[in-house]
Design a protein around this ligand. Sequence first.
Ligand code: 5GP
Length: 190
Amino acid sequence: MQLLQDKIRSDGTVKPGGVLKVDSFLNHQIDIPLYNEMGKEFARLFKDQGVTKILTIEASGIGIACIAAQYFNVPVVFAKKVQSKNLDGDIYTSQVHSFTHGKEYTIRVSKKFISEEDKVLIIDDFLANGKALIGLIDILDQANATLVGAGIAIEKGFQEGGKALRDKGINIQSLAIIKEMDEERIVFED
Ligand code: 5GP
């Protein structure tokens, strides 16, 4: 998606350790017109697939998922990273290793909100090693829900997550795929 690539080129910065900082428009301050175009693009890519729910992970996935959900007219469920008293009853859990924090955490979704009738589109801001996606897919498997695919804003194509998951037959659509990046330049896949 050209608009997103242009924004990454103009406003993104590459940090040591292979981290792309996009906090001025994607995951701290949020550019709503850009999110809106991303939502429309996800709707175009996954239309006519009977999506009944969008699943994401807190915090950065929630905004993108909500804007996209307006075009699918379905609810958003987000996996929680923190145990809370509000999260009562039966829950699905999975373990995720965080690329940016370098540690393991638990994600949780109430069993009330995903069922075997659901056809679920996963949406997230980044795809790097694929651990967040694998955790979300694990929760859908526990619920016997159908995975329609995954819509990702930025995929770091030089990390192994996208290839490994596509090899398993998962329909992953990323709006911008970075082939390589360093402090001087960011190169996208066509
Ligand atoms: P994965 O589980 O695919 O390795 O990483 C996905 C998660 O890590 C995303 O939800 C995102 O929050 C975070 N992440 C991975 N790489 C980057 C990056 O380069 N920049 C930022 N800002 N977040 C990243």
